[in-house]
Design a binder for this molecule. Structure first.
Ligand SMILES: [Cu+2]
Length: 133
């Protein structure tokens, strides 16, 4: 190996190390999704016939993460009979069946846990989950 080649290889190694360092620094300063505190308010759309998270667009199940003590508001986007029915433990107060577009239902989640719900009219195919941290 000539001295020139060796120097080139070392330069590559230094460059690679610098890149790794830069990437690590970027990761450290960039709050990834898992490091951000969950929001205190979540909005979920009640559609025909699915729930959709306004935050991340997940559907059936619509899955949202909420800070403990936060509130979820479901909004009936179009006319159609649906409800928010708590289906597991821990549970929360279920909504009545509502029909009109623009109807809303809110629930506050004080305790951490994974709360599952569906629609009492359409059952488990129309579902969502609130992960409270
Ligand atoms: Cu429904």
């Amino acid at each position: 190996m000539t001295p020139k080649m060796k120097q080139g290889k070392m330069l590559h190694r230094a460059l690679a190390l610098a890149l790794i360092g830069a990437m690590a620094a970027a990761c450290g300063s960039d709050n990834g999704p898992s490091e951000q505190p969950p929001p205190n308010e979540i909005s979920v759309d009640v559609q025909n016939n699915f729930f959709e998270s306004e935050r991340n667009a997940t559907q059936n199940p619509a899955v949202d993460t909420l800070a403990a003590g936060g509130t979820v508001t479901w909004t009936w986007v179009s006319e159609g009979e649906h409800s928010i029915r708590s289906t597991n433990t821990p549970n929360f107060d279920s909504s009545p069946t509502q029909r009109a577009a623009g109807s809303e239902f809110s629930a506050t989640f004080a305790e951490p846990g994974t709360y599952s719900y569906d629609c009492s009219v359409h059952g488990s195919p129309m579902a969502g989950q609130i992960v409270v941290r």
